[in-house]
Design a protein around this ligand. Structure first.
Ligand code: R5P
Length: 297
């Protein structure tokens, strides 16, 4: 049995790099649309008794990418492989992991059920927003965390100057931020954030002494950039020095890039879970290829 990688259409660069790094062949595929916009997939390789990995980042447009992934899994299953692993660097709908109001869906769970129903035997996903999502899988899941990449990246900055502090942008990220602060040997401050609506947040208070310090903020994603801009504006009022940001998923919806460019942020580090079509001065990209390759091997 050997490993074969299949790339969906959303992150072919990452799929190619994973194939190279793990010395696995990349299966030729045809992925197109029917005239009515339904997705057509044809995997042009014998997968019989093989260990198949399908790589698809389900970011914007989430519905299209997810449906394409489900169709790829189904097509692969019909070629009778030994095992199908869906590698989902960006797992869609993961932020809806609980019902806030009656009548809502728990979409993070729905996606797990859809993947299993399509024929995935295992999922490898990167930074699932919260560990609560892990409970939705009644089949094997590997939840890759990117903190080691951020610790390594920010560790180099700390080596040059000691006046740093980690600021957790909300209580949800306090544990992760605290681990980063301990690993770097620097203090931690926590912000109280209230989400007023799906894409509006308010900063309530800041616990910790930040004045005169360089700040590191980590979060799982930047979507609209709303959270980050509120947090950085509040921090500037507390007279911080430079602000560095590390997130896993650069979703950059809406006007996020323009907001980041205007915000008092020195540098934003993201990973390649979502491919970026352009390069931006403030944004640096770290790679998750090493972390995912270890799991493939
Ligand atoms: C929220 O709980 C997440 O950890 C992120 O802070 C949030 O998804 C970022 O979204 P936005 O960039 O739209 O504020």
């Amino acid at each position: 049995m050997s490993n074969i990688i299949i790339s969906g259409s959303t992150n072919p660069t990452l799929a190619r790099q994973l194939a190279r790094q793990t010395k696995s062949p990349l299966a030729p595929t045809e992925i197109t649309k029917f005239p009515d916009n339904e997705t057509y997939v044809n995997i042009k390789q014998d997968l019989h008794s093989q260990n198949v990995f399908i790589v698809q980042s389900c970011s914007n447009p989430a519905n299209e990418s997810l449906m394409e992934l489900l169709i790829l899994i189904d097509a692969a299953k019909r070629l009778q492989p030994k095992k199908i692993t869906a590698i989902i660097p960006f797992y869609p709908y993961r932020r809806q992991e609980k019902k806030v109001k009656s009548g809502e869906s728990v979409t993070a769970e729905l996606v797990a059920r859809l993947l299993k129903a399509a024929g995935a035997n295992k999922v490898i996903a990167v930074e699932l927003h919260t560990e609560k999502v892990e409970a939705f899988f009644d089949f094997p899941l590997v939840h890759i965390r990117t903190l080691p990449l951020l610790i390594e990246h920010f560790g180099k900055k700390i080596d040059q100057a000691r006046d740093f502090i980690v600021v957790a942008p909300d209580h949800g990220s306090a544990d992760e931020s605290s681990t980063l602060a301990s690993a770097l040997g620097i203090p931690l401050a926590v912000i109280d954030k209230t989400r007023i609506s799906f894409n509006t947040v308010e900063i309530e208070k800041l616990t910790g002494e930040v004045a005169g310090k360089n700040v590191i903020i980590i979060d799982d994603e930047i979507s609209t950039g709303g959270t980050l801009c509120k947090v950085t504006a509040a921090l500037k009022k507390h007279n911080v020095k430079d602000i560095y940001v590390g997130v896993t998923h650069g979703v950059f919806a809406d006007q996020a890039i323009a907001k980041i460019n205007r915000a008092p942020i020195k540098e934003v580090v993201i990973t390649d879970t979502i491919p970026q079509t352009k390069k931006y001065k403030k944004i640096k990209v770290l790679s998750v290829v090493g972390l995912i390759s270890k799991e493939i091997k």
